[in-house]
Design a binder for this molecule. Sequence first.
Ligand code: SAH
Length: 284
Amino acid sequence: MTTAKEKRFPLPLSSVVERKDNAGRNRIATSVSTQTAIQNLGRDFQSSNRSAPTTDHGIGKQQRTEILNTSESPLVSEAVRRAMVVRIAQQGVKDGVVLEAMRAVPRHLFLESGLASQAYIDASLPIGHHQTISQPYIVARMVEILRNGNKLDNVLEIGTGCGYQAAVLSLVAQNVYSIERIKALHELAKNNLRPMRIANIRLHYGDGMLGLPQVAPFDGIILAAAGMEVPQALLTQLKVGGRLIAPVGGRQQVLQLIERVSDSEWSSVVVENCHFVPLHSGII
Ligand code: SAH
């Protein structure tokens, strides 16, 4: 890396406010005029429940797939998920495409049934094999940073886990490749994602530290596990102009954003503190 400046992203905005309507119910209002996910959140569930987002940026036809098939218990309902998205927006995530993707993906379906009722609290939760499903806020934040308001073509995720973030990514990118090193979790993700019939996710069992040279270059790479540094192979598999977002560190970790500036130059900034499971080499 030839440049390394450290900068804190502002924890921005709240274009989202909760207001009471005439009947005293909470409703969601937004100060922005363009169509945003937050506006979508205010729509009738019945219509938005049936299809994934149709917003323009980065969402291909084949991705407008039905991703939801749920509305069972109040603890896992669409309303609870919308409330989660409002909290994420209040924490500073403002990319409407990302917020809409967070609204569309049924996180509880990626958890074992005993944990499903906790799916929409803002926490990481166990998925077995000493691994976790990432906290919703950090998923949204990382995807927002990766997107940077742009359409994404090929995105690589390291650490599929249960497949949740891959499903979110599938709504903001044309093609999602995701690598998992634990065979049982690779299988779990396959089983979780299969009923959702998402056409643009490719799951790979392997060591993500090596990337996927056969598919590279990627315009976005996202790591869901923290190494002491970002693996070199991943840096070289980024397109010039592409972005990589990764947790870096041991007990103390930071979210690092790396951009490939030219063939031989990468820039790096620290975004905020974070906490992820460790990145390990090899497969099991
Ligand atoms: N993406 C998940 C988070 C999974 S937790 C979500 O949607 O919530 C991080 C995952 O990274 C774990 O499943 C762990 O096994 C995996 N992992 C760690 N090191 C890896 C490596 N070198 N290659 C691929 N996966 C790795």
